[in-house]
Design a protein around this ligand. Sequence first.
Ligand code: SF4
Length: 398
Amino acid sequence: MTTTTGTPQHAPLPLLVLGQGRDLASERGVECPGDLPAPSDPGLVERARAAKAALGDRLFVLGHHYQRDEVIEFADVTGDSFKLAKEAAARPDAEYVVFCGVHFMAESADILTADTQTVVLPDLAAGCSMADMAAIDQVQECWDELAAAGVADVTIPVTYMNSSAAIKAFTGRHGGTICTSSNAATALTWALGEAGEGGKVLFLPDQHLGRNTYARDLGGPLEDCVVWDPHRPMGGLTVEQLRAATMILWRGHCSVHGRFSVEAVEAARREIPDVKVIVHPECRHEVVELADEVGSTEKIIKTIAAAPPGTSWAVGTELNLVKRLAAQFPEQRIVFLEKNVCYCSTMNRIDLPHLVWALESLAVGRVVNPIRVDPDTAHHARVALERMLSLPGETAKD
Ligand code: SF4
């Protein structure tokens, strides 16, 4: 296209919102090779060992499944966010809990540990894009709008672990519960029961986990779900839509899991004989519907570990975990579901240099990057977390 002055003018490119669609043309050739550079200082491993030894039992290091190998090597325990927070709470003798994960996880650990314990996040830039998609003022505004529409009284908030402490506290204040990807169906069943006939759930902040749990696990119709967009007046919904809905899904998603596609599932089936596709429930509904298995990181690990040798898997979750599974189970063929998806960039902010810096600082008595949730927020967040633990049939879930 040219202008009247002859200047070339390009058609405006539509913006691609992560998790909302795919632009295969622009992504062509942008495969993630899955290789991370070696630490610049080869002495870092020894320094981490020395600092850890100097701190002894005063230190407890937690490593989330999505962390890189060089960090996982120093973890006293690995797991998903809730398992790690509970592990920290079970170690009251540990003065310092170094959380190799992202910010909301360190907050949860601080909420569940004793006041005498200090939780440290080696890099404060390790946030979570999904958690950041629900800010407390946006959620409060949404609740006010629900009240104005006359539906707040029959709405129970159900909030995924992957949320800020402020959102968890909001949930506690409004009679709701936290859930994990392993117990979302239990939490949702409880909340819908509490809400009663004609009641609703406000599901925060991952629309995909909410939709998948309601439609796939509970067998609810998709038409019962509406999406609340915090960037639009009234969430982009009418009062009638809000009143008719059962599930009000917050418009949030994971920047990693939201990118796995139907095309990738179809390609895996074409290219790998007898492949089984296993994905995390943070993936989009159409992807989850096509998969053979759906489950939390812990379930993915257990499923692959229990599969017969020679089984082929295409795995739709974070790349660090998939690579580790492939190394741990060489008798299986394990591939990453989508070559255009890469690591969780915020999880990967925690690297060996940051871990060494945090450990060496603690070893000389200097606390860096402490994560402290204020007492009022922590109290109400704990209410929501304890409600989850008291759900029917709920045990120490992963
Ligand atoms: S993988 Fe997704 S949900 Fe997990 S920390 Fe990264 S952005 Fe957040």
